[in-house]
Design a protein around this ligand. Structure first.
Ligand code: CMX
Length: 133
């Protein structure tokens, strides 16, 4: 793993959450993006090297809608940047971790993404991501 790329936070309303995180991080949202495949609306904020992704549901089928219904607002996932997502998927599978996506998908912020199931990772949803070059 190269570094922690971002922390994903599930929110009910981006309109309400954006001013909170803009104030805390003392910065402005630098990117807004809908990821239709994941049924999420995302915005990104950055302070130094550290990024926060605020995630709202685009539909009731979204993983974010299910998460909000079950657990309420809060930290949804940690995303680690990797050099080679295909190699990293192979490495983690060889170690016995369950990949929700054995093939990388196109995520927000120009990244390939894949998720590890939280049941094997101490209850934390882990994303690995690689910049699309
Ligand atoms: N962190 C920790 N645990 C989580 C979780 C999360 N983000 N989301 C769900 N869970 C837990 C649930 O609480 C539940 O636990 P219990 O069995 O103890 O009750 C269990 O996982 C199953 O949850 P579920 O509501 O029945 O949901 P599903 O099994 O249908 O899906 C998951 C769970 C993680 C497989 C699914 O959310 C998924 O595939 N996530 C990856 C994709 C994703 O999250 N996309 C949105 C972000 C996209 C982006 O960043 O661009």
């Amino acid at each position: 793993m190269k570094k922690l790329d971002h922390v994903g936070i599930a929110v009910k309303s981006l309109k309400d959450a954006i001013p909170v995180f803009e104030a805390i991080m003392n910065t402005k949202v630098y990117k807004e993006e809908d990821v239709v495949e994941q049924q999420v609306k995302t915005v990104f904020l950055q302070a130094g090297e550290s990024k926060v992704e605020l995630l709202a549901a685009l539909s009731d089928e979204s993983a974010i809608a299910k998460f909000l219904n079950k657990r309420g607002e809060g930290v949804h996932h940690l995303a680690f940047e990797v050099d080679d997502i295909f190699e990293e998927i192979k490495r983690l599978q060889a170690l016995g971790y369950e990949l929700i996506n054995p093939e990388p998908r196109k995520g927000a912020d120009d990244k390939w993404i894949a998720f590890l199931h939280p049941k094997n990772t101490n209850g934390v949803l882990i994303e690995i991501c690689q910049e699309i070059r």
